[in-house]
Write a protein that binds this ligand. Structure first.
Ligand code: ARG
Length: 312
């Protein structure tokens, strides 16, 4: 049996719905809902990306707590936030974007490349199952880091998939099988932008922020073919390194660490409100706003696929 066929069947087996709870995907239709994980045990304890070099134990714990709460409060103004319990000795569990790829009631569980993050997977799987998701497990050896590397276009039925550092291209057919959505694969080439969500941000109404320097020439051509020039902004490197593309877009709001006046003006012209919130302590680990959150009602949200900018 092919791996893909096997996956489809095992997904059905593994996907047993845990009894419906009032936090299940079906109840999420009305409002966007995000998963976050309090940074009680967050730190830089190892180096698995260039941002972490020289940052061992550097995060300031008071600032970690306040930056995370500020982000949560901002997201809460426009959406609901639910939390995953933090786990000691799993410092990167705060980056819930890497838990899974969620679409409707399906969660394709991440299969982490780095040994340091692999023990996160069972915690993520338990939480997702307990909250009513069908958890699809990838076959051994198919590496995939969830919504860090898989981002839905907010206008087309299209899933953008980044590979080359953490996720493998071999995950592509499995993502297509689980979501039923066409996948456009983009190859990453700059180790600073090791996850797609560090350098690429689809926004409502088909708009896009991205850093072309993070992609191969061929992948840039694919982006240009899919998104018309008026809808995409190629950000400068100065924006890319302050994680402008690692933004959380809820309706008309774009929540991010920081950005230039040029990018803010471009967003403003398209009806977006830029909300800046400093996330310096998490950037020491190579993550910012988007990495710290996972949209749980993808496909159900009024601000999801096919939606237009809506005032919240
Ligand atoms: N230290 C984490 C890692 O290297 C950061 C993850 C950031 N997450 C993201 N979705 N980009 O895996």
């Amino acid at each position: 049996m092919s791996d893909l066929q096997d996956f489809k069947e095992s997904s059905e087996r593994f996907g047993m719905q845990v009894e419906a709870q009032n936090t299940g995907p079906a109840e999420m239709a009305a409002r966007s809902r995000f998963l976050m994980c309090a940074p009680e045990h967050f730190d830089v304890e190892y180096v698995i990306n260039p941002w972490m070099k020289g940052q061992l134990h550097a995060p300031d714990h008071a600032r970690v707590a306040s930056q995370w709460s500020d982000l949560r409060n901002l997201i809460r103004q426009s959406a609901e936030v639910v939390t995953l319990p933090p786990v000691k000795s799993l410092p990167d569990l705060v980056f819930t974007a890497n838990a899974a790829l969620v679409y409707e009631n399906v969660a394709v569980l991440s299969s982490f490349r780095c040994a340091e993050r692999q023990p996160e997977a069972p915690h993520n799987a338990d939480w997702l199952r307990a909250h009513g998701f069908d958890v699809h497990m990838l076959p051994p050896g198919v590496l995939f880091e969830g919504a860090g590397d898989a981002l839905f276009d907010r206008r087309e039925r299209l899933l953008w998939f980044g590979h080359g550092f953490r996720s493998d291209i071999s995950a592509k057919p499995f993502l297509e099988a689980s979501t039923g959505i066409e996948v456009e694969a983009l190859r990453l080439r700059d180790p600073r932008f090791y996850h797609l969500d560090t350098c690429f941000c689809p926004l409502e109404d088909g708009c896009l922020l991205y850093f072309p320097g993070a992609f191969t020439e061929e992948s840039n051509a694919r982006i240009e073919a899919r998104v018309t020039p008026g809808k995409r902004l190629a950000v400068e490197e100065e924006d890319a390194v302050r994680f402008t593309c690692n933004a959380v877009n809820i309706g008309g709001k774009v929540i991010l660490n920081d950005t230039s006046p040029r990018t803010a003006a471009w967003l403003g012209e398209r009806g977006f409100e830029v909300v800046k919130t400093p996330l310096s302590e998490f950037m020491r680990s190579g993550g910012a706003a988007k990495c710290l959150s996972l949209r749980l009602n993808e496909g159900y949200s009024p601000h999801g696929l096919g939606s237009k900018i809506t005032e919240l």
